[in-house]
Design a protein around this ligand. Structure first.
Ligand SMILES: [Zn+2]
Length: 122
């Protein structure tokens, strides 16, 4: 299960970041996933929820997924076009010379954390 391994590495990065920021809880993690990354977002969300439920720091953390369309730019006429079924053929000049400009990403865009506010007691 590919997505479980991906979810595992996301959780590791988030945990490391959270402890660096002395977070008490991670509220949400925003991910960018390219259409061409081959990742099934449903199964990634499922794996993420399963892994995060094991840790109080991450329990209930929302996984927000932003899907990035697969887009290429023609090297001949500079037309930008959507890549459908991994075919990067320019619809204008029919050249097979597309440079992929988006759609392969997998990155953590941001995360929202809670930190303990120091309570002054006298
Ligand atoms: Zn073209």
């Amino acid at each position: 299960m590919h997505e479980l391994a991906i979810a595992q590495s996301i959780v590791e990065v988030v945990m490391a970041q959270a402890s660096e920021c002395r977070a008490t809880h991670v509220k949400s993690v925003r991910l960018q996933i390219g259409e061409a990354s081959g990742i099934m977002t449903d199964s990634l969300t499922f794996s993420f929820e399963m892994l995060t439920s094991l840790d109080p720091l991450l329990d209930g953390t929302q996984l927000l997924i932003e899907n990035i369309p697969h887009v290429a730019r023609c090297r001949t006429c500079a037309q930008e076009f959507a890549v459908v079924n991994l075919v990067s053929q320019c619809p204008l000049c029919q050249q097979w010379s597309g440079d992929i400009i988006s759609g392969t990403e997998l990155q953590i865009q941001e995360m929202e954390i809670e930190t303990a506010t120091p309570v002054m007691e006298e």
